[in-house]
Design a protein around this ligand. Sequence first.
Ligand code: NAI
Length: 699
Amino acid sequence: MTADYKVQGDIAVITLNNPPVNGLGFATRLAIANGLEQANSDPSVKAIVITGAGKAFSGGADIKEFGSPKAMQEPNLLSVILALENSAKPVVAAVHSVCMGGGLELALGCHYRIAAPGCLVALPEVKLGLIPGAGGTQRLPRVLGVEAALNMIVSGEPVKSEMLAMLPGQKLFDKMAASVDTLAQEALDLAHSMVDVRPLPLVRNLPCKHPLGDAYFQFARNMVKGMSKNYPAPLKCLEAVEAATKQKFDAGMTTEREIFINLMWTPESKALRHIFVADRAASKIPDVPSDTPQRPIASVAVIGAGTMGGGISMNFLNAGIPVKMLEMKQDALDRGVATIRKNYEAQVKKGKLKQDKYEQRMSLLSTTLSYDDLKEADLVIEAVFEEIGVKQAVFKELDRVMKPGAILASNTSTLDVDKIASFTQRPQDVVGMHFFSPANVMKLLEVVRGAKTAKDVLATVMAVAKKIKKTAVVSGVCDGFIGNRMIEQYGRQGGFLLDEGCTPAQVDKAMEKFGMAMGPFRMGDLAGNDIGWAIRKRRYSEKPDMKYSKTADLLCEKGRFGQKTGAGWYDYVAGKRDAIPNAEVVKMIEDHRAALGIKPRKISDEEIVQRLVFALVNEAAHILEEGIASKASDIDMVYIMGYGFPVYRGGPMNYADQVGLFNVVQAMNRFAQNPLDDAKFWQPAPLLARLVAEGKTFN
Ligand code: NAI
């Protein structure tokens, strides 16, 4: 049972009780339907109140049932709402805290509604690429008016109950309770007062019109179209609400249903639902149970006040956690603090941060030149130069001074975390925390699990990540971890494309059309082409038989490192980020091509996209097979949160699943035939080959 039933005097109270948010899964729906039946057949009951236990009225659909046939198993939500409408005794919905999606649709099926102040009301289905599917698009405009309802449905954003109660003429709430505490009693009182009122009011019987009719919808359509670009759902929300104004109620319900079901099958909705689940799954580590004890983290130390150290510190200051930064020299500390100040001041100027909040954050920051000042910190994050010798010196010091049980983290992006752990006597306390630049902005955190990293260290770091609002994904130890190991293959394909006939702008345009925030060459210019150059130089000696295009090296030899030098694959004007194609770079690529004796060919956008994306996918399949990532959806999160992969494609693995892994491998086999490409790389990873043979997908 996931709803409780009890009779108080002559009122039956049905309390949804399915923690955490009273999701409307099958068992809960059944319990509501049973409660209704029991109340209607009990002659001593005169009216019914439906409310929610714990911290919500209802958050809507049960995510465990998402997209599964269970969601439609009878009684489905539509049937429960129908039963509410058909109840011979008045039903009052008493909503508090959270009333969203199916929860709001349920309340709209009741005869009366009373809300506690502060209740977040929303129809967020659009965020999953859907429209509300249980009458939300037909009933909400009838109680709030077309415009207010459309705004809520198209945006999916929550609005506080007291704001909605102030809308002129609104019929969503018959009453506002004085507070959450009085809601139960006030709901009983409301139910009492309605015991003899007939006929019972139904939202479906209310009129639904916009005074401007078609003109309004035309205007709204233009607005929504402009905002929703790659997503079909927002316009479909509008279509459904428009139907509410033009069709009889039941016909409107049919329209809503049809639109809902069609959207369920769109790649965009599949991608958004995939990410919704992937995001929640990312924090779960297969062999680290959710009740693993955590170490308290009340203060943090950061070693190195450079680009990353400063950004990392800001995350903790923002979360109200004191930070002590250590450097070797005072001027480096001063520079680091000044940069943090500058960042905050820019936020204050833009009105994104209040002056007192800024001061409060800065007051949590302190600095030192001495390791002995760090010994009380619960977590220390190292962000010094990327040289193993420097890391060794730092971790030896940390091992000497840090209190027992402190977590020792490294922000290294390329070095071996196990090796770093071996510099200490406490490898179980060492972990990688790989932030992305700018560290105060980018959402992704790769948590690098060393061979000896303790489970409670992992559990703690995952919880810390949440506190500082990062999406954390666990990666095993390997060169480049998940994200950068994959991007290397993507970049290599970019180089081959230049050799074969593309310009950087052509490749970037194709990838941006696909939906990447930035094409590979613009990304290189942003990150600094010298970083890739340094890695390649290492590769040339480590893996002499690995094939590379030499164009990127030629570019770096000219000192064109990217935005920071004002020139990379493109030119840049100081203070602006616009990438301006440069004729010399194009000439350099052409000359190199000619020197290799390659006759350029015209390469389609489709080939560009497939070669770059499938390069990610094949490398990712190796990463999965090796256990570096524990699930494919983690890889999708890395690419969406850290590399600008289009959300509506759900990440590279989800995209490959949707293209069909058979088709992916077919394409890879074709690429392997190209003598200018790397046939060895295009050998499908064993996992990928196995999935194709078994007709399976990554997710
Ligand atoms: P940076 O050069 O901007 O900053 C490094 C800072 O560490 C400098 O201020 C330096 O004075 C200080 N430092 C050097 N040796 C030290 C020592 N022994 N004790 C105390 N302080 C010392 O470098 P950045 O970019 O911040 O990188 C730091 C680390 O973060 C590196 O391991 C890098 O691989 C990693 N990383 C960098 C990313 C980036 O995009 N820049 C992204 C992710 C990780």
